[in-house]
Write a new protein. Sequence first.
Length: 600
Amino acid sequence: MIEHSILLQIYDQLIFTTTDGVICHIVGNHSELFETPSTNKTKTIKDLETQLFTESIFSQIETNPKKQIFLQTAWVGLEILTTIYKDKNHFIFAYKILNSTYREIGESQQVDFKYFPFIVNSREMEDVAFKLQKIATVGATVLLLGESGVGKGMAAKAIHKIGARQNKPFISINCGAIPENLIESELFGFVDGAFTGAKKGGMEGKFRQAHTGILFLDEIGELSLTLQVKLLRAIEERVITPIGSTISYPVDIQIIAATNQLLEEAVAKGEFRADLYYRLNVIPVNIPPLRDRVEEIPSLIHHFTLKYNKLYQKQVKFSPDAIDYLCIQPWPGNIRELENMVDRLIVLSNTSVITSPIIEAIVPPKPIIRANRPIINHLMPLQEAVEMIEEELITMAMEQYKSVKLASNVLGISQPTMSRKFKKIRELQTKDGSLMSKRRILEEQLNKQLRSITIVTAVTILPEEVRMAMKDTSNAALRAPLVQKFTAIYQQEGGIKWVFIFQMLPDGRIIQIASSDDFVIKPGEEYIGPPEMMKVIYDAFKGKDGVTPLYEDKYGEWKTSFAPLYDELGEIIAIIGYDYSKEYINSELQRLSRQLNVTI
């Protein structure tokens, strides 16, 4: 007989059933997931799996083997390893909660996410968490950027919690919530009798309260220009003087500022001081909106459901179709809006299970806005056009929702149809992926090198230089700083034929705005290339660096690497490309084959 106490040291939850699947007992440390109001009434493991997971595995269980292993995905977004043991006349379902499948950062970027005071279940937020960990280690000044409700305050608390100042004060002030005539005294403090109505005995102020710790300046863009001057001096000198006092006090603090405004635009309009902006913008961290990290929504719903069930002493859960419906909403208010919605639904619910029709009554489906202009600009066979648009829509839906189930809901097709079509697309995109030729392996290695070169050298391109070139593509003087950079890149990295920068116009056209000498495409000229080239270009404008396969256009045969170029706010303004000739690629493959002792 299997020792249950030993299994509980390995697994998070155990469910005991008969061989017919009737549940006998549930034990473990995650009752909030496995013992919801509905599952408490569930009699069979198959019914329970239907409520908890995206699909049931009970019908796949073999009768004789003593041990079977499956990987399941819970509706709340967790990946769970399920091991099934045969014990006399019983089955034991042993569940182990795994890390998110989206954690694909390198070994140098490993982060222990359990210490973060917010959910990290997407690649986008893992990148944010990694940056926050680095920042917390060094104590640098940080500017948190992002829409309202994305979690900038939680990110600031994370820096405090995991950093060297975790046992020191964390003082927060909302610069937009305090009247202008009071915020100066809130920040710097005042002495007794400093002004009419001043609190007897004076006040230290947030700067002095945060001494040795962290000062979080939320909504920093709301500060008046007059106060910005005083704040700049305090940040630069780390010395403050209370109102009405002649004594200055040194302060040792880490500054974290946050805003949902575009401070760069405010600087251009004269509404925010440039010197203060650059002082705060030492390390900008852009927190993505919820619509860009859809895979976190089920986990967030689960978290808020537990929170408000406990607060209101209720036992409410969201059905899988309700979670799906919430996942495909745009959430302009981001996590704050999602939390308020969960709160409202739990309060108003007259049932223990909230379904999608209940939510639709509060959040009606939004009508589909169709594009006015055609997306195909030349004639082709109708079936080919249908397949091309279908592939684009399916790929787009999978990139956004990262779930066959959610993508099929959005596209209005069945899940089996979606799975079949997406599998076919992936097979075409990764042809011979499981039987890679030796040349393909070497090409992958070479692509990694080309991609690294592009990313590393791209950081030398300043946003202002790109914007200058965009002003007038016919003005060589405006492009001169970039041309000098391209020359330096030539000298540093061998083999590059051309270096260039592409801009995407609002109508989707790709134009060249600056390049190295003798580039075949003139500044301001539109580039239209083969599909394999255009796909990597459009992916780069979505933030994905990449390398094309060897392709041919009217200028020759090439391999091109691309990387996005960001402005100060983390927005993509253009992409940089590096062209390599077919001859160079073949010579590099030969070099790699000798280096790795692989014959091609």
